[in-house]
Ligand binder design. Sequence first.
Ligand code: NAP
Length: 178
Amino acid sequence: MITGHVFIATSLDGYIARENGDLDWLLKYNDAGEDHGYNDFINRIDVIVMGRGTYESVRKMGEWFYTRPVLVLSAKLSAQTVPAELTGKVRFSDKSPRDAMAMLSSEGSRHVYVDGGQVIQSFLKCRMISDMVITTVPILLGAGRTLFGKGQRDLELVQKNTRSFPSGLVQSAYDIIR
Ligand SMILES: NC(=O)c1ccc[n+]([C@@H]2O[C@H](COP(=O)([O-])OP(=O)(O)OC[C@H]3O[C@@H](n4cnc5c(N)ncnc54)[C@H](OP(=O)(O)O)[C@@H]3O)[C@@H](O)[C@H]2O)c1
């Protein structure tokens, strides 16, 4: 069975990026010298699905640092050709979450990293996320791009564990009850 997994950081007030996409408030924790578990997480992942917002944000950073194939969900990009330097690493698709997961499953993928606020919200609505690791950054941004948005129906979670880091980050893992 194919399953979706979330590993994401959010401000204490629920934003994953500033309105303009900036991650300055988050990236400074890369220098904290702490292991927040990303490598362990990504080692269990076959493929990454992300929204156009996340793809465009990563492209602006310059370096392509993903070690897994990436499927970018986007109506806008699906008609475009993948940039030459990303050929074989990235695909564009306008599939729905359910159809995207069916395609990836037919290709042999089992564990999918789902990334980007709007895309995570869509996958949650389709009940295509099994678990989430959410790292909370001790900052209130006041505005920005939300992780969960509005209109989500009740979705019960089982808290698996929580750990805190000297930097002030607090990370909780949740399973989603189906
Ligand atoms: N804090 C963190 O750990 C973290 C992690 C990841 C990303 N981010 C940041 O979050 C921002 C991006 O998140 P976001 O919420 O703005 O955008 P997103 O979820 O990455 O992308 C949203 C876009 O994806 C496309 N899309 C295609 N299928 C979709 C579907 N089923 N549901 C929703 N969208 C779909 C739509 O573009 P089309 O109109 O082209 O279809 C939509 O506008 C960036 O700034 C990124 O740097 C932060």
